[in-house]
Design a protein around this ligand. Structure first.
Ligand code: HEC
Ligand code: HEC
Length: 345
């Protein structure tokens, strides 16, 4: 690929991703078309060494759904990150190739393009680096990197798709992870009624939703951690979830080695939250109403509980208000992604 061409393309791309794009309007020729971002979201931060192209995202989609990337031929990424369930697991924990239950809940991939770190404890920096973990975990997909590459190389139909995505049909691990990461960045949610409200349409939220928002921002202090375009400050906090278990998950402490980080987990996005329970890093909280009960108690007691959590009295009306507000975070984008009708052979 000529250097100048790549540079122009990246510059054009950055420019386009910074300019306002209305939802799903993109009639520029496919070559130059940026990925259309729904209203209310910033431009997708495509890495310089892994720019977007429709061919790369489409290859990533096929690989994401392809069970042949696993030891038993059945466990694709989509097996745990269920597309119809907000790309999140519908069960508290998932089982991989060996049928053993995992320890953490598979989180949503909605708006993961903006994640500043990956996993509940933030131990991986990028989507490109992250995928090695599920791929090679014997309890998840159970492959080695080499086995995965060999398997994809043996499928003749993938060659032309790698050529379209990367300029030549060479298949290696770097390209597989780049294609999947590109696809993951297209799993977006925006243009919710809350986005429309923020954009100035004050009638977009109902009175009940506005009351819920008021509680969310003021008395509930939820926005202390759930803020920004994806309703997360991308930091880590200890709510005490799972802390009473015999072998409690140390969470962030395992990454930083700091005792004070014990039991801290990444603040999750609240986009489309009512469409993708159960909740929390261990999937232990079943409904959004149950989540509110945890906060009303001021979190679950443990020595490292976040000091910003204070108990509050939650009357029926406030509960309904907050749940109605959380509903207003249901957006669009990710629902358009469908499992492939067939796979390369
Ligand atoms: C067997 C179930 C399973 C499979 C298969 C699986 N994942 Fe996951 N995924 C999880 C779990 C569980 C976590 C959370 C683990 C943790 O935080 O330690 C996770 C976390 C992630 C995250 C981090 C999201 C965030 O917000 O921090 C990304 C990204 C991700 N997976 C992508 C993938 C991709 C890509 C594949 C396929 C190559 C894949 N996963 C396959 C269960 C699975
Ligand atoms: C101190 C930071 C903080 C505050 C304040 C806070 N949260 Fe959270 N929230 C988190 C963290 C961290 C998690 C994940 C905890 C875990 O898995 O152990 C979470 C999880 C959630 C979830 C589950 C989402 C999912 O995908 O599993 C919901 C819903 C939620 N919070 C709503 C709220 C509401 C409503 C309020 C206000 C009453 C609030 N949060 C206040 C940090 C916070």
């Amino acid at each position: 690929m000529p250097q100048a061409w790549t540079l122009t393309r990246i510059t054009a791309f950055l420019w386009l991703s910074l300019s306002p794009v209305s939802p799903y309007v993109g009639n520029a020729p496919p070559e130059a078309a940026p990925f259309p971002v729904p209203a209310g979201l910033p431009g997708i931060p495509w890495p310089e060494d892994n720019p977007y192209s429709p061919a790369r995202a489409e290859l990533g989609r096929l690989l994401f759904f392809d069970g042949r990337l696993s030891a038993n031929g059945m466990v694709s990424c989509a097996f745990c990150h269920e597309p119809a369930h907000g790309f999140e697991a519908s069960t508290p924990v998932s089982r991989g190739v060996d049928g053993k239950p995992g320890v953490r809940h598979a989180p949503t991939l909605i708006n993961c393009a903006w994640n500043r770190s990956q996993f509940w404890d933030g131990r991986e920096p990028t989507l490109e680096s992250q995928m090695r973990v599920p791929l090679t975990n014997p309890d998840e997909m159970g492959m080695t990197v080499n086995q995965a590459v060999e398997k994809i190389r043996d499928i003749k139909g993938y060659g032309p798709l790698f050529a379209a995505a990367f300029g030549d049909p060479e298949i290696d691990y770097d390209r597989i992870s780049k294609a999947i990461a590109t696809f993951e960045r297209t799993i977006v949610s925006g243009n919710s009624v809350y986005d429309r409200y923020l954009a100035g349409d004050k009638s977009a939220l109902t009175k009940q939703q506005k009351d819920g928002l008021d509680f969310f921002e003021k008395k509930g202090e939820c926005a202390e951690c759930h803020s920004g375009p994806s309703l997360t400050n991308e930091k880590f906090a200890n709510l005490g979830i799972g802390s009473a278990e015999l072998h409690a998950d140390p969470g962030r402490e395992d990454v930083t080695g700091k005792r004070g980080d014990w039991g801290k987990f990444k603040v999750p996005t609240l986009r489309d939250v009512d469409r993708r329970g159960p909740y929390m890093h261990d999937g232990s909280v079943k409904t959004l109403s149950d989540v509110l009960d945890v906060y009303a108690k001021g979190g679950l007691p443990n020595p490292h509980l976040d000091t910003r959590l204070t108990p509050f009295y939650l009357d029926d009306e406030t509960r309904k208000d907050v749940l109605a507000f959380l509903d207003s975070l249901n957006g669009e984008g990710w629902q358009q992604i469908k499992p492939p009708a067939s796979f390369p052979q």
